[in-house]
Design a protein around this ligand. Structure first.
Ligand code: AMP
Length: 387
């Protein structure tokens, strides 16, 4: 029987999974990474880049590199989210026919589903390389708050990528499927999802009857790990300015290196207490002399720099519980999703708020894709049904 792949088409990263011999498995890409940046670029020579290679050149080719296209998919030109993206994105976003959104890369206009299709196609190829056969069927996940237009546009993206999208499912439901897989439990759970570009909190009921219901969901589409990276960049830029009276932001190459280094330091600080940011030859002093950036950052500094961002996620959790007419005690399990939930301070803030330790058994980067893979396999196996 043909395999159905599950794709987590994320704002910052995407991930693809299947069920193999009854075991949900994430498929690594050619570089060995289990997630692939949801980025698309066109080089000066007209070459199309997707994933890690697009990310690596993002700042030096900023106008022709698309990131976070998911914030635009299925939205109209005059929506506040599109206005916000137009004001803050380094690539050009223009109005197309019927108030559609178009993205311009090297003078050519693309619809948002076309851009997302390039990412989906990359995920399809990753699965095909691994399986050694063609793949046509997929389950794709979307945020629970996505409306019909956004869901349809995601489906269209799948079709452009050559995929038959047999089901669109909600990301928190997908994470819950992965959490509940093989457990046969009935519970009210919260899925706290802090990714690279967005934050979501959802409250779900999961049942042994295989019915998963989203009771409430909320979030912020402009709050994510990138904002934490930006705080570290500010801190580094400021320190460098005080020492050398030079603004590193003026130099694109320096900024790309700072961005990569800031994210790397942030990730390292999830497992070590301090780390060194070391960027030799970051810029010239203007007197024919190269300057180096070398600075130690510790976990406490990172926590101070990001405290208000973490607090914002907790405020949204509070509001969502109130909307669901639930108390903290009603939540029987908290599942952490999204790469940012590896940060110890975030785990602590969630544990403090819900007054319980979050569940450790679910992989933060992989659970959404795994749930989609589980759903895909259930849909092709008539002994199982999940609603
Ligand atoms: P996602 O959108 O779920 O793929 O999450 C990506 C975000 O998680 C990015 O901002 C990453 O920098 C961040 N991230 C990944 N690993 C870690 C880590 N070990 N500690 C802190 N943040 C991380």
């Amino acid at each position: 029987m043909e395999k159905v792949i599950g794709i987590d088409l994320g704002t910052t990263n995407s991930c693809v999974a299947i069920v193999e011999n009854g075991v949900p498995t994430v498929i690594p890409n050619r570089g060995g990474y289990k997630t692939t940046p949801s980025m698309v670029a066109v080089t000066e020579a007209g070459k199309r880049l997707v994933g890690h290679i697009a990310k690596r050149q993002a700042i030096t080719n900023a106008e022709n590199t698309v990131y976070a296209a998911k914030r635009l998919i299925g939205r109209k030109w005059n929506s506040p989210q599109v206005k916000n993206a137009v004001a803050t994105s380094s690539y050009r976003i223009v109005e197309g026919p019927h108030a559609d959104v178009r993205i311009v890369l090297r003078e050519k206009e693309y619809g948002v589903p076309e851009i997302s299709a390039m990412v989906l196609q990359e995920m399809k190829v990753i699965a095909e390389d691994y399986l050694g056969e063609g793949v046509t069927k997929a389950v794709i996940t979307v945020p629970a708050y996505f409306n019909d237009n956004q869901r349809q546009a995601t489906k269209d993206a799948g079709e452009i990528a050559g995929l038959d999208v047999i089901r669109i499912i909600n990301e928190p439901t997908s994470a819950a499927l992965s959490y509940g897989f093989g457990k046969n439990v009935e519970k009210t759970i919260a899925v706290y999802d802090f990714g690279g570009g967005t934050f979501d909190i959802s409250i779900l009921e999961i049942g042994s009857s295989a019915v998963f219901k989203v009771i409430a969901t909320a979030g912020d589409t402009f709050l994510g790990g990138e904002d934490v990276d930006a705080r570290i960049i500010d801190w580094l830029v400021q320190g460098f300015k005080e020492e050398h009276a030079i603004d590193l932001r003026q130099d694109r190459m320096a900024l790309q290196r700072l961005k990569d280094a800031a994210e790397k330091a942030k990730c390292e600080l999830s497992s070590v207490r301090e780390t060194e940011v070391n960027l030799p030859f970051i810029i010239s002093s203007g007197r024919n002399e190269a300057l180096h950036l070398q600075r130690t950052i510790d976990r406490k500094t990172l926590e101070e720099l990001s405290a208000d961002l973490i607090e914002r996620t907790i405020d949204i959790c509070k509001q969502t519980l109130a909307d669901a007419h639930l108390e903290k005690e009603d939540i029987e399990e908290v599942v952490l999703v999204g790469g940012m939930t590896r940060m110890p301070r975030i785990q602590q803030a969630v544990a403090d708020f819900f007054e319980r330790e979050p569940c450790k058994g679910v992989h933060p980067d992989e659970s959404v894709a795994l749930g989609a893979g589980i759903q895909g396999s259930a849909l092709t196996d008539d002994k199982q049904e999940m609603v």
